[in-house]
Design a protein around this ligand. Structure first.
Ligand SMILES: NC(=O)C1=CN([C@@H]2O[C@H](COP(=O)(O)OP(=O)(O)OC[C@H]3O[C@@H](n4cnc5c(N)ncnc54)[C@H](OP(=O)(O)O)[C@@H]3O)[C@@H](O)[C@H]2O)C=CC1
Ligand SMILES: O=C(O)[C@@H]1CCC=N1
Length: 268
């Protein structure tokens, strides 16, 4: 089954409808999941859910087709023991760090798919990495892929061991890019631009460069070279940014290593 509207029969339960769970839910509803087929559990649910026809904090179906877990990793010890799933319920997690083994302990025998989406999912431009346990066959992986494809691209991992690095790169990555926008705007202000103009230029530059990086045939290194005139302004800026000791590469190395290490800690 790879059409998410086919979930409309047995339904989907979403545990945690915050920033990530909410973005996923919006994508599913836009892509054929009936609101009446969705049950959300959340202590402070979004006010629009009931009006949409989504069941909120009511009795859960005993054997939904899919159970999606989108609470903070720190909540798992409290949340997982309260959940029951049917023999053929597919359990999908979006949580950082929490391992397939932890879900297998909570839901013995269940098909588990661990995923890592990111917040551009809110506009259908996310990227989600997907890996399943031994019980998750092609059908379950395809269903998880269909759900995540509703909010952007998907990639399958062969090895769950890659998930902390993926989380550090693409899961957390949007925050790094937003901080890049903040830092570029602040630097523009320091050079005399108004805050509004600096932010507009920084935002549009990152958006345009990101779109070009995806659309162009050339790789990012060639796109960078295309901007860089010998002896020009870009070369002067890049000499700072690409400094092997103080530039972006060692900083990004430390950034992603720290995020991946935190993912490993959250999984303990
Ligand atoms: N945000 C991101 O960029 C990404 C997040 N993730 C993962 O998604 C998960 C959720 O993160 P995020 O959406 O950012 O966090 P949020 O805090 O925005 O969402 C979590 C939601 O779960 C609710 N909640 C708390 N306790 C319970 C409970 N016992 N039962 C049901 N719901 C509960 C929270 O309610 P309340 O706020 O009232 O406590 C909140 O609405 C995390 O595991 C995170 O690792 C994955 C990829 C990217
Ligand atoms: O910060 C976090 O832990 C989550 C996981 C990836 C993005 N946000």
């Amino acid at each position: 089954m790879t059409d998410i509207s086919e979930l409309n029969g047995r339904g989907l339960v979403l545990i945690g409808c915050g920033r990530m769970g909410g973005a996923l839910l919006d994508g599913w509803l836009k892509n054929g999941l009936r609101p009446g087929a969705v049950h959300v559990v959340d202590p402070n649910p979004r006010p629009d859910l009931s009006a949409l026809g989504v069941a909120v904090n009511g009795a859960l179906p005993p054997s939904p087709a899919v159970l999606v877990i989108a609470v903070k990793p720190q909540m798992m010890a409290d949340v997982l023991p309260r959940l029951n799933v049917g023999a053929d319920t597919l359990v999908i997690s979006v949580a950082a760090g929490v391992t397939i083994a932890a879900y297998e302990a909570a839901f013995p025998g269940a098909a588990i798919v661990r995923t890592m989406p990111n917040t551009p999912a809110a506009i259908g431009q996310g990227i989600t990495a997907i890996v399943g346990n031994a019980r998750a066959g092609e059908g379950e992986l395809a269903l998880a892929g269909a759900l995540m494809s509703a909010v952007g691209r998907t990639v399958r991992l062969q090895d769950e061991g890659q998930m902390d690095a993926v989380t550090a790169l693409s899961g957390s990555g949007p925050a790094y890019v937003f901080h890049l926008i903040e830092a570029m705007a602040a630097a523009g202000e320091a050079e005399g631009l108004s805050p509004a103009l600096a932010l507009e230029l920084a935002r549009a530059t990152v958006a345009g460069a990101g779109a070009l990086a995806v659309a162009a045939d050339e790789d990012p290194a060639k796109l960078r070279e295309n901007v860089t005139s010998p002896g020009g302004t870009t070369a002067a800026g890049l000499a700072q940014l690409m400094d092997p000791e103080t530039g972006l590469p060692p900083l990004m190395r430390r950034t992603i290593a720290a995020a991946a290490a935190r993912g490993r800690e959250l999984g303990k």
